[in-house]
Design a protein around this ligand. Sequence first.
Ligand SMILES: [Mg+2]
Length: 200
Amino acid sequence: MRDDLTDSPEHLRLGIDMDGVLADFHAGWMERYNERFGRQLHHSQVVQWDGLHRLTHFPTMDDFWVWAQEGGRSIFRDLPPFPGAIETIARLNDQHRVVIISSKFDWAIPDTLEWLAEHRVAAREIHFLWDKTSVACDVYLEDAPHHLEALVRKRPDAAICRMVRPWNDPVPGTVDVTDWDAFAELVDGLARGAPGRPSR
Ligand SMILES: [Mg+2]
């Protein structure tokens, strides 16, 4: 063992969301849905956060989630990664602490862990939580409006990045990033300018 392995405080803690940020949830579930039910949904149809089931024949989101577990291999097992996501996470992981923070039902956790393993995501921390503010990070990358708002409220010293997607709108107090290259650039800048916790 090397003797210089430490949880070095000069590294930034990067709190990374999964669905809609790392994994393309909508492209993934729609591919399975289209095959199963002979439909032609396209991920570009998702332009708001709530009411996903209204794009489908399911009367409620509860029905959607029941289908999402069908066959013992849930939709979360087969989501495609977003372009550049896996490569960028690997690079950032060399210099910083990648902290996966994902809100998941219990039934989705094993498939999510298998997804992370399949894509060789070497995160040293993985949290499955409904309240993401309970994990302290220097930088967060998130697409869900309610999580972004909560992080702005409860983590005022962190850099909170909104991954810009058709289903979210600007959230005051967040920094917009449009893709993984933009996020890496932002993290590099924070790391250069302010070792430790970034200030805003
Ligand atoms: Mg998300």
